[in-house]
Design a protein around this ligand. Structure first.
Ligand SMILES: [Zn+2]
Length: 349
């Protein structure tokens, strides 16, 4: 009487385990389309200047990357500055949904909207490393909301200091026990940072950013990862010396050299073949100027062969999410951008 029961209870689990193993190996045999993504930012890299550098052979690593995939134009439809730019690139949303319109008009991006958070949620926090290594101190930042004494800032604003004036416009004045305070909103990546593995900003120099990025690749080599590596020198040199300066040009070359070292590192770690790299910019530069008030022309260079068209800043996040296998239709609120891996013909009216 007991023998069949014994047979089932002893052998069935073994059979089930064997079946699961076989199923698993069958599932993992064809490699997932993408395992890792690295998004590299060249803050303030103007498309036309990048094109000239490529023609002169000054960006060999960007040229190599693009030769393995694509180089396409990115046209910016909204404010051509840093906060607006990286927010749009890292969320896929227009500013109406993120509240980040420009360097002077922003709030923390609502919780869950960034690539970092969506990937952590999709894969589970233990199954993916999300890392941001950032050259800028301001504008790609994650500081919490703060309450500061209003008087010194108001004094600076009256003296004509633009930054102080901007802070007053952006914040709210409150009075507590007769003392006036300025309450400033949290910075755009304040919410996103909570769930991320690494968020380091303010490294300023390309060498500091690049060195830290290589260190992080070593640290997370055994995990699936998404990296945002942000180089600030192009923008900084542009503001200081102008878009047509040697310094601006040299900064692009510096970005290219670091792209080469990142690729080299991935190859050493045996990760290059399952890592997609995207290089892009948040805004261009006003031709020959030290400003980027109206600088909507940038680019996307990638080893992703699947890119089929040019696009906008908001198209980059959906492209990356789709590459990670995330069903874009299920994302709430609906993304404003569209993946660059598919034709997109918006109605003309
Ligand atoms: Zn700038």
């Amino acid at each position: 009487m007991h023998r069949p029961m014994f047979w089932i209870s002893a052998v069935l689990p073994v059979l089930v385990a064997l079946t699961m193993l076989a199923g698993q190996s069958r599932q993992t045999a064809p490699r997932p389309r993408v395992h890792n993504v690295i998004l590299i930012g060249w803050d303030g890299a103007q498309r036309e200047h990048v094109r000239e550098c490529l023609k002169r052979g000054e960006l060999p690593n960007l040229a190599k990357l693009a030769s393995e995939g694509r180089l396409v134009a990115i046209d910016i439809l909204r404010t051509t500055d840093t906060k607006a730019g990286w927010t749009q690139i890292l969320t896929g949303y227009e500013p109406e949904k993120t509240g980040v319109f420009s360097n002077g008009r922003y709030q923390p991006i609502p919780k869950g909207y960034t690539l970092f958070e969506r990937l952590e949620q999709h894969f589970g926090a233990d199954n993916i490393a999300t890392v941001a290594v950032i050259g800028k101190k301001g504008n790609v930042d994650a500081d919490p909301p703060a309450k500061v004494l209003a008087a010194p800032i108001e004094q600076r604003a009256r003296a004509g200091r633009a930054q102080a004036q901007q802070r007053l416009r952006q914040g709210t004045i409150i009075t507590e026990n007769g003392v006036r305070y300025l309450v400033e909103p949290g910075k755009p990546f304040y919410n996103a940072r909570q769930g991320m593995d690494v968020f380091i900003n303010g490294l300023i120099r390309d060498d500091a950013v690049g060195t830290k990025a290589l260190e992080m690749l070593e640290r997370y080599r055994d995990k699936r990862f998404f990296f945002f590596i942000h180089f600030a020198e192009v923008d900084h040199q542009g503001h200081q010396y102008g878009e047509n300066s040697k310094e601006y040009n040299d900064a692009l070359i510096s970005g290219d050299r670091w792209l080469g070292r990142i690729v080299q590192k991935l190859k050493e770690l045996g990760l290059y073949d399952n890592t997609l790299i995207y290089v892009t910019a948040d805004h261009g530069f006003d031709e020959g100027m030290k400003t980027h008030a109206d600088a909507p022309y940038v680019f996307l260079a990638t080893n992703d062969k699947g890119i089929v068209r040019r696009g906008t800043r908001a198209d980059i996040a959906p492209t990356i999410l789709e590459r990670f296998g995330i069903d874009l239709k299920r994302i709430q609120p609906p993304l404003d951008g569209h993946p660059l891996t598919k034709p997109y013909n918006p109605p003309i009216w």
